[in-house]
Design a protein around this ligand. Structure first.
Ligand SMILES: [Zn+2]
Length: 316
């Protein structure tokens, strides 16, 4: 799936509530401590495990206190959690966030922040039910999810500090990893935010390793473009990225997978050279590309090497 760009008004409204949190925390730089955020917002966090019926029952018990629907049918939540493989959910009336305990630590951080964003965005109170692990930002709640992802990104990558980091040198996968460390976030979420918020011609992809796709099929889970790239290169698809990756990525699953220069056509047919590089985190291949230069125009005249001379006919 492709990243969704929110309209300016929505961005302004979300920025406002997130900025208020940073102000309340007295944020200066570095990683956001989610315990402070929860305290400031008076939010409660609970972990549950799908394979531990006791814990799940506890979650259901807590839910019955506040959620009318669940009081009527306590099985509803268990059903929902199991059916949709929920990895996180937020209960507005209890101000409580639930996160699946089996999710890796840094991912928990992202899921929790995503739910915090739901809690911060005033118009989300009516929509939030839970988040499906595989569709955390897609499906029928695509827009709501995009807003929560944007708000979560803004919360974990505070605008001023993050912009300063992003603009302090040319972007590369190496810098994305440094920035991830600085803000204590996953490389995946950092790559996403670095590209989406860039004013440069950039794109990124997160998905299967091109030489080791798990189901044998090409899968680019997320194709992220900067706004300027989306406008000037609307024809580029996630499968183009997959094909480029297949050409230069080596077989290993962790560390640098390869880098090369690729020609990419803009909306007017002009060719541009991008520097593309991939990195394996052991699970996914992460790819980033940025504009280098315009490619020189090549004039092909059907195998003829001599220039064609088109002379006006005599007398005309
Ligand atoms: Zn959500």
């Amino acid at each position: 799936m492709n990243n969704i760009f929110l309209d300016a008004r929505t961005i302004r409204d979300i920025d406002k509530v997130v900025d208020r949190v940073h102000l309340e925390l007295g944020y200066k730089d570095g990683a956001i401590d989610l315990r402070d955020v929860r305290e400031a917002l008076r939010l409660d966090l609970k972990y549950y495990r799908l394979d531990d019926p006791g814990l799940l029952d506890e979650v259901v018990h807590k839910l019955t206190v506040g959620a009318k629907q669940v009081i009527a049918r306590p099985g509803l939540l268990v059903e929902a959690v199991r059916t949709f493989n929920l990895s996180a959910l937020f209960l507005p009336d209890r101000k409580r966030i639930f996160v699946d305990q089996s999710v890796p630590e840094l991912k928990k951080r992202w899921y929790e922040t995503h739910e915090i964003a739901h809690s911060l965005i005033p118009w989300h109170a009516d929509y939030t039910l839970g988040d499906n692990r595989s569709t955390l930002s897609q499906g029928c709640h695509e827009r709501i999810e995009a807003e929560a992802n944007y708000g979560g990104g803004r919360l974990l990558f505070p605008n001023e500090a993050f912009t300063h980091c992003r603009l302090s040198g040319p972007m590369s996968v190496g810098r994305v990893r440094e920035i991830a460390k600085h803000f204590g976030n996953t490389i995946t979420s950092t790559l996403w935010r670095c590209v989406e918020q860039s004013d440069e011609l950039m794109f990124a992809a997160i998905g299967e390793h091109p030489r080791r796709p798990r189901d044998g099929k090409p899968v680019v889970e997320y194709f992220i473009r900067s706004k300027t790239f989306e406008t000037q290169f609307p024809g580029v698809t996630d499968m183009d990225v997959w094909n480029w990756m297949s050409g230069y990525c080596v077989g290993k699953t962790t560390g640098p997978l390869g880098t090369t220069e690729i020609p990419v056509q803009d909306r007017n047919g002009q060719s541009h050279i991008f520097l593309i590089e991939s990195f394996g985190n052991g699970y996914n291949a992460l790819t980033m590309a940025r504009w280098l230069r315009k490619a020189p125009a090549i004039v092909s005249v059907g195998g003829l090497t001599a220039p064609l001379l088109i002379a006006p006919l005599a007398g005309q």
